[in-house]
Design a protein around this ligand. Structure first.
Ligand code: FES
Ligand code: FES
Length: 151
């Protein structure tokens, strides 16, 4: 066990955990930030996507010991009132079906628009490609990313 001082959603958070603990479980089990979901645990589905210094990152394969003071953002901290342009576009297009994958989808889309505010169709497909949706909401996801980019 070791103590880690983390910077999560703009707040300092201290946890005492095994250094190998994936951030996914630090967030969910120690900080009750359960919007970040467990899908595969092996960086293959995107359900656990968070931002590390604004970049999309799979928290299931990110040990807490690798984070340091880098800024982490989870779906709970993406906006104060759920009004990030990506979240607004998601509502407009009524994207979610069961909803399980959607926090990861939104975090991936928001990171894409951070680094590329006007992505081409191909760039959207490439960025979103690794986020699996078992409900098949892919067409609405793509449309919502385009709307968010245009807003
Ligand atoms: S749970 Fe992390 S990528 Fe699937
Ligand atoms: S909305 Fe059900 S898994 Fe994506």
């Amino acid at each position: 066990m070791a103590i880690f001082n983390l910077n999560i959603n703009g707040k300092k958070q201290q946890v005492e955990v095994d250094p190998a603990t994936p951030m996914l479980w630090v967030l969910r089990d120690h900080l009750q930030l359960v919007g970040t979901k467990y899908g595969c645990g092996i960086a293959q589905c995107g359900a656990c996507t968070i931002h590390l210094e604004g970049q999309a990152m799979r928290s299931c394969q990110l040990p807490v010991s690798a984070v340091g003071e880098q800024a982490i953002t989870t779906i709970e901290g993406l906006s104060e009132k759920g009004d990030h342009p990506v979240q607004k576009a998601w509502l407009e297009h009524d994207v979610p079906q069961c909803g399980y994958c959607q926090a990861g989808q939104i975090m991936t889309a928001a990171a894409l628009l951070n680094s590329n505010p006007d992505p081409s169709e191909e760039e959207i497909e490439t960025a979103m490609n690794g986020n699996i949706c078992r409900c098949g909401t892919y067409l609405r996801i793509k449309a919502a990313v385009k709307t968010a980019a245009a807003s």
